[in-house]
Design a protein around this ligand. Structure first.
Ligand code: PNW
Length: 497
């Protein structure tokens, strides 16, 4: 009897093991998983003042402050405004299943407001979307990737103002009505943490030292959340039944690990997750900011003689609107950071509220961006963190990539980066049970890496910025990616045969 049970059990375990190795083949991706690549309007389009387009904040910044932008502007960039057919041809050659790109607000609405639509701008995106569809490539559209129309900035309508909320919703509404028949995946706003807190967006303290830091960051984040949620609700009411698309917001998180095993560092790493990602993800999932942000910012504000917390509060109605305003999670993730407690500084700022500092070990391979060293395991932990913190949602990776300074087509390090990253995504799926459904390589093209200029090259496709033609050449990594997509297998070579 016991023997029979034992034998049965052994057979059962064997079968279970076989099954788990079958589903956990770390090199193979299921056919339902989709591979794509991404770009953003300002980084690739050029045509900055053509056919009725007006200036965005980035046009203003790069053209007026070349000294802070490596003397680079997006005036021509990859010239995708004229060469989008070549872009789509490159995507087709790679076999991309979807393409993430963003809309230039000031190309569609030169005055910022939706009363005056620039038909040439609308035509451009219609043509691009139609070209994609004809090539069998699904569009994933980011409505806002940092390029606010200057027309609105002049009115004080920017993310620090509540006026921006309805302005954004009106633009998104127009985008749904114009493109929603063909676009079924939308990202409202890209990486609010980056433009509210870090990368040039609004807070050029080196140009405007009088900016009240510690206040701006949270006002910006607050209006982003309201604009996103209001857009999500509008879509549900006005478009969902006919268009049936899905909507989220792209948030960025690099894996934060404690530098040492000390309680201080462990707490610092988690505090950083909550300040960087929870800042937006908590309201979406729970309806409000993380408790630690509310407590720390209120306490620090009191110490600094503010009459109220620098972190704005949501009303009950707003909380209800924001909670659950997403169909899935979209995350941008590039690397990891070793985090430690930073000494308290009473000067008001988001950075001082977060009170952490981050470093990366010397032995991690450097890239063209100093704080984006190679740590391919990071993405697995980020995915697991999201799964465990936010109710196991569907997750799409909307950005991940490797940059060098050469743009050389023989980019073996990029191939290694993609291979190792995809291996870690498989681990997240198989071992950690994360429901991740897409991978977007950043970027399709070498392009304008914002204020860093053209010297930072993320592309699968090289652009010859010295030629008027902006000649496009597929790199070895593009051929490797092509084989991955074709075979659903990551241990492939880059050969075209
Ligand atoms: C993202 N960092 O920005 C943006 O969404 C892209 O437009 C950009 O080109 C891409 O990442 C590569 O940088 C980030 O330093 C830029 O931590 C820098 C950081 C994070 C995000």
């Amino acid at each position: 009897m016991f023997r029979a049970i034992f034998v049965l059990l052994a057979v059962f375990c064997h079968v279970a093991r076989l099954q788990s190795t079958a589903t956990c083949d770390l090199f193979t991706f299921p056919s339902t998983f989709k591979f794509g690549a991404g770009t953003a309007a300002y980084q690739i389009e050029g045509g900055w003042n053509e056919d009725g387009k007006s200036r965005s904040w980035w046009d203003w910044f790069t053209n007026n402050y070349p000294q802070y932008c490596n003397n680079a502007t997006g005036n021509i960039a990859c010239d995708s405004y004229h060469k989008y057919k070549e872009d789509v041809a490159a995507m087709k050659a790679i076999g991309l299943e979807f393409y993430r790109f963003s809309l230039s607000w000031s190309r569609i609405l030169p005055k910022g407001f939706s009363y005056s639509v620039n038909q040439a701008g609308v035509d451009y995106y219609n043509n691009l979307i139609d070209e994609l569809k004809a090539a069998g490539i699904e569009p994933l559209v980011t409505i806002y990737h940092w390029d606010t129309p200057m027309a609105l900035e002049y009115l004080g309508t920017t993310w620090t103002s509540p006026k921006m909320v309805d302005q954004f919703v009106a633009f998104a509404d127009l985008a749904f009505s114009l493109f929603g028949d063909r676009v079924k995946l939308w990202a409202t706003i890209n990486e609010p943490k980056s433009f509210c807190q870090g990368i040039p967006g609004y807070f050029l303290t080196y140009i405007f030292p009088e900016l009240p830091m510690g206040t701006l960051e949270y006002l910006c984040g607050h209006h982003v959340l309201l604009a996103h949620a209001k857009t999500y609700r509008l879509y549900q009411e006005k478009y969902k039944s006919t268009q049936n698309g899905r909507i989220s917001i792209t948030l960025d998180l690099n894996y934060n690990m404690p530098l040492t095993n000390s309680t201080e560092d462990i707490e610092a790493a988690e505090r950083r997750n909550l300040f960087e990602f929870g800042w937006f993800a908590h309201p979406l999932y729970y309806g409000d900011y993380p408790q630690i942000m509310k407590t720390v910012i209120a306490n620090n504000s009191a110490k600094q003689n503010f009459t109220a917390s620098r972190l704005p509060k949501f009303s009950c109605t707003e909380k209800l609107m924001i909670k659950g305003s997403y169909d899935l999670f979209m995350v941008n993730s590039y690397t990891g950071t070793q985090v430690t407690l930073k000494e308290y500084n009473n000067e008001p700022s988001y950075i001082n509220d977060e009170q952490t500092s981050g470093t990366q070990p010397d032995h991690w391979l450097s890239t063209a961006v100093s704080n984006l060293k190679v740590y391919p395991e990071g993405i697995r932990y980020v995915l697991k963190y999201i799964k465990e913190s936010y109710g196991n949602p569907e997750i799409m990776i909307t950005e991940n990539g490797y940059s060098d300074t050469t743009g050389n087509v023989n980019d073996t390090l990029r191939i290694e980066f993609i291979r190792e990253t995809l291996g870690n995504i498989r681990l997240a799926i198989c071992e950690d049970g994360v429901n991740v459904t897409r991978y977007t390589y950043w970027s399709l093209l070498d392009n304008l890496e914002w204020a860093r200029g053209y010297g930072v090259k993320f592309g699968l496709v090289q652009i010859d910025f010295d030629s008027e033609n902006r000649t496009r050449t597929l790199k070895r990594s593009a051929y490797y990616y092509k084989n991955v997509i074709q075979n659903r297998y990551i241990n492939v070579t880059d050969s075209t045969e």
